[in-house]
Design a protein around this ligand. Structure first.
Ligand SMILES: Cc1cc2nc3c(=O)[nH]c(=O)nc-3n(C[C@H](O)[C@H](O)[C@H](O)COP(=O)(O)O)c2cc1C
Ligand code: SF4
Length: 408
């Protein structure tokens, strides 16, 4: 089942006509004949949930901004994507940039925004260039700018390049960054759909979320909502990496099991020759560790023991050194902590120090006792979820592999 990846090999990302020939911008043409609230209601009925990680229902979020009367509103495509092992949004932008642009335009119309942004990771030079060319072509064809397709609707889109910080993917840090402020989270509420960019109602959506929107509008919410489980419908791009035979991006219906994704020959194809499955990390660097006995879990958005996050799955084999993994997780989060709150700034640093000592087999008994406190502090007291994320894989590793980590 392909929605996002469907035309990747048929479209020339540098030629808008190839996208138009595949039915591109028909969804936009369709929505501008509807009322904005009808468009919101269609997205709501589809059951689409945000593909950034938390799986927030997209239509419900749009509805909040759509119903507010304001002189200005904004919609932002989040293409920050700075988590290790996650590169799906970059590939969508490179393979089919207009799918993101069309989804963004539909979102802008639905909420009543005349200005939209694509906030892109500063390291993403090639996708930024492709998006820039795609935007110029969309403007020439009157899909973007004043009087879209001869209507009275105006939507301007700007590309805003961030510096490539992980925290700038968090919506409020991202908004601060566009405002020219330090990229760090803000206190919530108010949430961005009520008060975001420059204090105006602002929708921030992941690039993959927006890439689903044209399909929903064209095929209808009823068709979309029947793909996958009813509470978490549609397809999802998963990124398989590590000791799995076939690495890369796979689009599958939500509700597929981890077992199927990793071992089915259509997707991961099982373990690399000579390697034995140990566990899989589900959902990127901030994801939980899934042992063999849990591989039958459904990969979904919504309540789940193993949240799928942005869709990255790291398959780890029995030859891997858990201490190397502990170090790489701690190293990432201590570098990316924005430093605004003490529990995360200090906690991620302390964890990183401990990870170094562990790796060098130089861990003292008192450092071992501190781990539990640090993980509790990160899980319960930080200002934004980045601090919680830093503790997830560590907590699982300590409870599952205490012997491999500390010896007997
Ligand atoms: C530390 C942190 C990093 C994040 N990074 C990203 C990111 O790179 N891309 C993204 O779309 N959302 C990211 N998010 C989630 C955003 O705050 C926001 O919820 C998301 O863009 C909403 O999109 P969606 O509703 O389409 O899923 C991050 C959140 C946190 C806490
Ligand atoms: S939890 Fe970390 S990233 Fe979030 S505000 Fe505190 S220091 Fe910054």
């Amino acid at each position: 089942m392909e929605i996002v990846t469907k035309n990747w090999e048929k479209i020339n990302p540098l030629d808008i006509n190839t996208y138009i020939r595949s039915g591109g911008y028909e969804a936009l043409r369709k929505v501008i004949r509807e009322t904005p609230l009808k468009v919101v209601s269609e997205i709501k009925r589809s059951g689409l949930r945000g593909r950034s990680g938390a799986g927030f229902p997209t239509g419900e979020k749009w509805e909040i901004s759509a119903k507010i009367v304001a002189d200005q509103k904004f919609i932002i495509c989040n293409l920050d994507e700075s988590e290790p092992g996650v590169y799906k949004d970059r590939i969508i932008a490179e393979k089919n940039p207009h799918q993101i642009i069309e989804g963004l335009l539909i979102g802008a119309y639905a909420i009543g925004a005349k200005r939209a942004f694509i906030y892109i990771n500063g390291h993403y030079k090639k996708p930024a260039e492709i998006l820039k060319i795609a935007l110029e072509q969309a403007r020439e064809k009157e899909f973007v700018g004043r009087g879209i397709m001869g209507s009275s609707i105006d939507v301007e889109i700007e590309i805003f390049s961030g510096a490539g910080a992980y925290i700038c993917g968090e919506e409020n840090a991202l908004i601060n960054s566009i405002e020219g402020k330090r990229g760090e989270p803000r206190l919530k509420p108010p949430h961005p759909p009520v008060s975001g960019l420059f204090g105006k109602p602002t929708i921030v959506n992941n690039a993959e979320t927006l890439a689903n929107v044209p399909y929903i509008i064209k095929r209808g919410a009823d068709v979309y909502s029947k793909i996958g489980p009813s509470l978490s419908p549609g397809t999802k791009l998963f990124l398989l990496e590590g000791a799995v035979k076939n690495k890369g991006i796979f689009e599958v219906p939500l509700g597929t099991t981890a077992e199927d994704l990793i071992f089915n020959s259509l997707y991961g194809g099982g373990m690399e020759d000579g390697k034995e499955f140990w566990f899989a990390q589900i959902g990127g660097a901030s994801g939980r560790l899934m042992p063999r006995g849990k591989l039958d879990q459904l990969l979904i958005y919504g309540p789940s023991e193993y949240p799928i996050g942005a869709g990255s799955i790291l398959v780890v084999d029995k030859m891997a050194d858990i201490k190397d993994l502990l170090f790489s997780w701690a190293d990432f989060f201590h570098r990316e902590s924005c430093g605004k709150c003490v529990p995360c700034r200090e906690g991620t640093y302390r964890l990183w120090e401990i990870a170094k000592w562990l790796k060098n087999n130089d861990l003292k008994e008192r450092d071992r006792e501190n781990i539990e406190d640090i993980l509790w502090t990160l899980s319960n007291t930080t200002f934004c979820p980045l601090g919680n994320f830093a503790a997830v894989a560590w907590s699982d590793a300590i409870s599952m592999f205490s012997e491999e980590i500390f010896g007997k």
